[in-house]
Design a protein around this ligand. Structure first.
Ligand code: MN
Length: 301
């Protein structure tokens, strides 16, 4: 069995290799991982520039194929499953240093990478550890090995992603395993303004204090109980319940579906002109008089 391993913390992250070491007994491991940290990148794919790939010759685990990709975790999985190792039979993503609980499942590059395995019908696992500062990867890695063993035995071929979160404690202190659902764990993101070397403002997005909802049965609840949380995920985000507010909105919107008043067309030259100023989409150099306008905004491709 060929096992694809990736992560979003980058190919130098210790959590990746702790996992790889436990997977090696159960298959031929192929590591295809970002060449740098990509946490928070979600399911992003790089579609507008090429991906550069370097064979990674510094693997701390022997007998492993390893490639560093100048791209996102999702790029890595697509590149691997479509080109480098198309006969991989399962996908592991992690071990992430930091939990991916609740709403973070939508932001996490770790979980997203597993989704790209799931999109291709493979058993796919995202493993995240609740320990950013002093992660103890041993228990998570061991669990990963046991999961790979189950897959190798023909089990656990479920048609969904398993997003697994562990508390940052040793194996013998784990108090059980729970099949969970996502909590409503949301962050209040902070915007931090700093100045660049020229004194211009720039902004950092920083995760603020998380708001926890610890309802029993959720992933947050499980890890708080020092248990392993296994959350089955699929990609259908649809809410099946139709609310009165939604029905009312459809009613109101429907009343406005009268023949539209035609708005005047945009000046056909504005895209060309803006592109020239921004130095994109045209061979012509910007006229110096126009450069000052260049910070004004962006253009759709
Ligand atoms: Mn990460």
């Amino acid at each position: 069995m060929r096992i694809l391993v990736t992560n979003d913390d980058g190919i130098l992250a210790p959590g990746l290799w702790a996992l790889v070491r436990e997977l090696v007994p159960f298959g031929e491991v192929w590591v295809v991982a970002p060449d740098r940290e990509q946490s928070g990148i979600g399911t992003a794919l790089t579609l507008l520039q090429p991906l550069r790939v370097h064979e990674f010759t510094y693997a701390p685990v022997p007998d492993v194929h390893a490639y560093a990709v100048q791209g996102t975790p999702s790029d890595c999985v697509v590149l691997a499953l479509e080109h480098l190792v198309p006969d991989a039979e399962c996908v592991f993503s992690g071990i992430n240093a930091g939990a991916n609980l609740g709403d973070d499942a939508l932001l996490s590059g770790t979980v997203a990478a597993a989704f790209h395995g799931y999109f291709r019908g493979l058993p796919s696992f995202a493993i995240s550890l609740m320990g950013i500062r002093a992660p103890q990867f041993e228990a998570s890695a061991r669990l990963g090995g046991l999961l790979a063993q189950l897959v190798a035995q023909g089990q656990l071929r479920e048609p969904f992603v398993l997003s697994i979160n562990l508390p940052n404690i040793p194996w013998e202190e784990l108090r059980g395993i729970e099949i969970t659902h996502l909590a409503r764990r949301t962050y209040r993101d902070e915007v931090v303004e700093t100045r660049d070397a020229w004194g211009r403002p720039q902004y950092w997005l920083r995760r603020g204090t998380p708001k926890w909802e610890e309802e029993e049965g959720t992933d947050v609840w499980a890890v708080r109980q020092q248990r392993v949380s296994i959350t089955p995920l699929h990609s259908n985000l649809t809410v099946l319940e139709v609310t009165p507010g939604l029905l009312q909105a459809r009613e109101v919107l429907g009343q406005h579906l009268t023949p539209p008043e035609l708005l005047p067309p945009f000046d056909p030259n504005w895209v060309r002109r803006a592109g020239r100023i921004m130095g994109v989409g045209t061979e012509e150099a910007a006229h110096p008089d126009e450069v000052a306008l260049g910070d004004a905004g962006s253009s759709e491709p």
